[in-house]
Design a protein around this ligand. Sequence first.
Ligand code: FES
Ligand SMILES: [Fe+2]
Length: 358
Amino acid sequence: MIGALSETRLVGVADPITNTHLSMRRAWQPLCRSGEVSTSPRSFRLLAQQWVVWRGSDGDIKVFRDRCPHRLAPLSLGTCEGDGVRCGYHGWRFDGEGICLEIPALGDDGVIPSRARLRAPASIAERHGMVFIAIENPLTGPPSLNAANNPTFQVGELPVVTSRASAALLADNFLDVAHFPFVHAATFGADEGRVVPQFDVVRDGFGFSATYEHDFANREDPGVATGERPLIQRRRLTYRYNVPFHLELEIEFLDAGGSNVIGFFLAPEDDETVRIYSTLWRNDLGGSEERMAEAVAFEMEVIAEDLRIQSRYERLEMPLDLTSELHTRADKTTLQFRRILAEFVEKAEAEAGRAGEI
Ligand code: FES
Ligand SMILES: [Fe+2]
């Protein structure tokens, strides 16, 4: 059995997860938002490499290494032509598949070398307003959020945050509820209990969902003032995780109705830096753009509170050797997160071993 959990250690996996751990090349990673892609090439950094992105005249997203095969200049400094791109240095022109069609310096009868082609990631997917890529053959399907597929939800995209951080530790932090009263005392933490309730954690491939219901004071509910509903109401929190760092939190208001979804996607730029993409999907704001703008500003404050600690870790990595940290029964979901990540790494390394790569 791959990645079985022994008493103190995840079998076969001892190396901590750094942002550019080799296994991350076999996972889906967020590259940018759909709204950041246009018919001008643009460069984004992921796993210590630059990637150029544009939208072709066929409407499809094109992604390649941001490096011309001629003199390795950044293609993002060139221009789009049709589905393709023309390098800004010596004008080589590539089509939407990355094949070179023209080398101006050779004239009309020039022979184009067969190696004159761009390097693409193994897979590209556009969903939930994001562009995801897997650099090498992905071991899972692209991330899919339940609530984000519902067109009745209002969408609020947070500005992209770039920070010194570990993507694994940020994902761990998103799944962790015990820090709310301490880190988020100035935002929502004061209303949360200190004692962590027992979650039901349901495993699903290289992911899981964790759910619990609890009573809370619903001060935003207009039905409380009219006496229609009591102040103390019930809500259900569902965390959904998919490898490596795709996260969703759904809050359902069981008495007042409506729900509120936070999507959280982490793009490791290199070993020191992460881009944080977060999107809100809500059906409890009555279509108000003003209320959505307030919700986005509130979530930005929450992220800043988390980064105050997350950006200051001495080592930007998450151990998979369980003896390096202390775990309690309040850490059930974050322990499951480590277990899944360890199994994923083990599978990626086993396949690489079979292919003679290590
Ligand atoms: S470097 Fe791109 S055409 Fe020469
Ligand atoms: Fe937090």
